[in-house]
Design a protein around this ligand. Structure first.
Ligand code: NAD
Length: 420
């Protein structure tokens, strides 16, 4: 991941995770090898004209990890530290995430090595359109469907959709998801990750006999995923949001914070810090404070062997990707804390991306209620499927989710057979 230490190769981590589950599933050599390597990788080097008239050559990647279950799906990230191994790992994780929620996709990921914070809108548009042209031979609604990721957004997707459509000579909205609604985006996509996370928190609380009404919730990272989860848990479940944070720091109030008012304050001042009636709290303190539900929704590698034994929450719901290190998983499991792993807890986003693609292919669009009801059905069903696996193998939820996902991919590989 982008800000992981260079000593940790994310693809090696991803491969180790596969081995652990492959052992539990007694997978033989051939299938195991297929699972551990990307099916297709494309590296592109391409020139982009800069505002001053010069041009620069950029490098981009698109990795399609496994397509046994359907077209591949995954975001595109713009970042100076993008590496091929990072893109491979993210593509593998997308494969498992799509399989956990049982949507008919394989996994993919793309990235361009660039520094978007120091590029103009015009430069970003030209970079996006050229990168889209370079990867056009291997993307498309039936092949591989990109989406936004770090430093790419709905505008980026609109440029990719337009570039691809211009080459075809007709509009192809299904080539990307996370588009603006005006060109085939879906209702509910913007809040899908936080909403999906709130549904699995509700299911876990039910199983634990924890009443969410009045339960205390702490959220690290009051961004898209975290702020939406906090509003839905407060508005729809009656939970009390006792702490939230962003990159500038955190705030706490044991009597509860109104997440809508905090959002307003953040919009006006640029941070949650200084919200009237709250006390400051650090991002580290949030992780170990007394609360019923902890939602890491910011960065990876937040819970480690150093702080996991101090976590007091009953449920840890990973809205962020990769917030818990493997050694922390074991500690949390031994403490009896329920972890809702990222590949389930934040899969609401890709689930509604799938809905967006399905709507684009039909040219028939759903209401917000229809989107949310279908999302709820997927998240509730996937939570139950994961728990079944975890209980059957006496393992923690993350391994349960991986067992479920990898078994589904293996079933697809086996039933299709090896070509030719
Ligand atoms: P975002 O940029 O909207 O929000 C991130 C938040 O984290 C911001 O409030 C930021 O200030 C805060 N933050 C940054 N550094 C921090 C630090 N050091 N300590 C505490 N807070 C810090 O991003 P997002 O879309 O909400 O994504 C958050 C996480 O959720 C990421 O791990 C992302 O990969 C994951 N995720 C998001 C989606 C989605 O659809 N948005 C889908 C799947 C996974």
């Amino acid at each position: 991941m982008a800000n992981q230490s260079p000593a940790v190769n994310p693809f090696e981590t991803a491969q180790r995770q596969i081995d652990i589950v492959a052992d539990l599933l007694h997978l033989n050599g051939g299938v195991r090898e297929v699972l551990k390597v990307p099916k297709r990788e494309l590296t592109v080097n391409f020139p982009v004209r800069m505002d001053d008239g010069s041009f620069r050559v950029y490098t981009g990647y698109r990795v399609q990890y496994n397509m046994a279950r359907g077209p591949t799906k995954g975001g595109i990230r713009y970042h100076p530290q993008v590496t091929l191994d990072e893109v491979r790992a993210l593509a593998a994780w997308m494969t498992w995430k799509c399989a956990v929620v049982n949507i008919p996709y394989g996994g993919a990921k793309g990235g361009v090595i660039c520094d978007p914070k120091h590029m103009s809108i015009g430069e970003l548009e030209r970079l996006t359109r050229r990168y889209a042209s370079e990867i056009a031979p291997i993307i498309g609604p039936e092949v591989d469907i990109p989406a936004p990721d770090v430093y790419t957004d709905a505008q980026t997707m609109a440029w990719i959709m337009d570039t691809f459509s211009m080459q075809k000579g007709y509009s192809v909205p299904g080539v990307v998801t996370g588009k603006p609604i005006s060109i085939g985006g879906s209702e509910g996509r913007g809040e899908a990750t936080g909403r999906g996370c709130s549904y699995v928190v509700r299911e876990a609380a039910k199983e634990l006999g924890l009443k969410l009404k009045g339960a205390s919730v702490a959220i690290q990272g009051f961004g898209n995923a975290g702020s939406v989860a906090s509003k839905i848990l407060a508005d729809e479940q009656g939970a009390k949001i006792v702490a939230v944070s962003d990159s500038k720091g955190g705030i706490t109030n044991p009597d509860g914070l109104n997440p809508h008012a905090v959002d307003e304050h953040k919009r006006k001042t640029g941070s949650v810090v200084g919200f009237p009636g709250s006390k400051p709290i650090t991002n580290d303190e949030i992780l170990t404070m007394k609360c019923d539900v902890l939602i890491p929704a910011a960065l990876e590698n937040q819970l480690s062997a150093k702080n996991a034994d101090k976590v007091q929450a009953k449920i840890v719901a990973e809205a962020a990707n990769g917030p818990t290190l493997p050694e922390a998983d074991t500690i949390l499991f031994q403490k009896g804390i329920t972890v809702l792993p990222d590949i389930l807890a934040n899969a609401g986003g890709v689930t509604v991306s799938y809905f967006e693609w399905a709507q684009d292919l039909q040219g028939f669009f759903w209401t917000l209620d229809e989107v949310n009801q279908r999302l709820e059905r997927v998240m509730v069903g996937s939570y139950a499927d994961m728990r079944k696996q975890a209980k059957a193998h006496s393992v923690h939820n993350r391994t349960g989710a991986y067992l479920l996902a990898i078994q589904r991919v293996v079933d697809a590989i086996r039933i299709r057979g090896i070509y030719p």
